[in-house]
Design a protein around this ligand. Structure first.
Ligand SMILES: CC(C)(COP(=O)(O)OP(=O)(O)OC[C@H]1O[C@@H](n2cnc3c(N)ncnc32)[C@H](O)[C@@H]1OP(=O)(O)O)[C@@H](O)C(=O)NCCC(=O)NCCS
Length: 199
């Protein structure tokens, strides 16, 4: 059974994964949600105004009352900058599978932060929440996303043509990745390089 734990604070070497707050709206807007270079890879388009982001974060904050909601803001420990977001979602009761999604502001790309955040969330999903399988998909023209999936042990299972249609009305072929809990636990030693603050 999935052991839902909500969105606890998680610490890695360089990052703090924590709940988003209404006061984060401006940073979320400035750092990634208003930036088409980030949102071009997602289904939803870029936010046009910060009030859109306020509404968005408000919805997220309300969901935190549910143990079945896992959506973290990604913050750099040393600077306190909020640089992105990562979530486990689409929990499927019959299979106990779910998906993972993430976004980082461009200023912080190519510094290993995406891998660091994804790695600890996969660890959390398998070792703490008892998820059976974690999946994700990326546009085939977004190779960096596939690369970080591979780096945390996910493998490509196929390619789905025109899986998504983005905000610019473009269809995108997507590579689908997944990892099973049994394979993860067999192949990965818990590094204990993170601290979980379970409430
Ligand atoms: C995908 C994303 C989270 C990656 O974050 P990041 O912090 O830059 O990732 P990392 O620095 O940990 O790793 C990126 C890896 O991709 C590789 N990479 C980057 N651009 C690449 C490209 N065009 N082709 C191939 N590999 C690429 C890097 O070399 C690195 O691999 P390496 O460590 O083996 O060298 C970030 O680009 C992002 O938020 N993109 C926009 C939103 C998005 O695409 N979300 C995912 C939707 S599926």
């Amino acid at each position: 059974m999935i052991n839902y734990l909500g969105t606890p604070k998680i610490e890695t070497d360089r990052l703090i994964l924590r709940r988003l707050e209404p006061t984060d709206a401006q940073s979320m807007f400035d750092h990634w949600l208003s930036d088409e270079r980030v949102t071009d890879n997602l289904i939803k388009g870029a936010h046009k105004t910060v009030s859109e982001t306020f509404e968005w974060v408000d919805g997220i904050v309300r969901e935190y009352s549910s143990k079945e909601f896992c959506d973290w803001g990604i913050e750099i420990k040393t600077t306190g900058e909020l640089i992105g977001e990562i979530e486990l979602y689409n929990f499927d009761i019959p299979t106990e599978n779910c998906e993972v999604g993430y976004s980082l502001g461009c200023r912080w790309w190519h510094q290993g932060y995406g891998t660091e955040a994804l790695r600890v969330v996969v660890e959390f999903g398998f070792r703490y929440m008892n998820i059976h399988k974690i999946s994700a998909a990326h546009n085939i023209d977004n190779a960096a996303s596939g690369r970080i999936m591979s780096k945390v042990g996910m493998t490509q299972e196929g390619m789905i043509r025109h899986k998504i249609r983005n905000a610019k009305n473009q269809y995108k072929d997507c590579a689908v990745y997944g990892i099973l809990q049994e394979d993860y636990l067999k192949n990965t030693v818990s590094t204990q390089t993170y601290i979980l603050n379970l409430e």
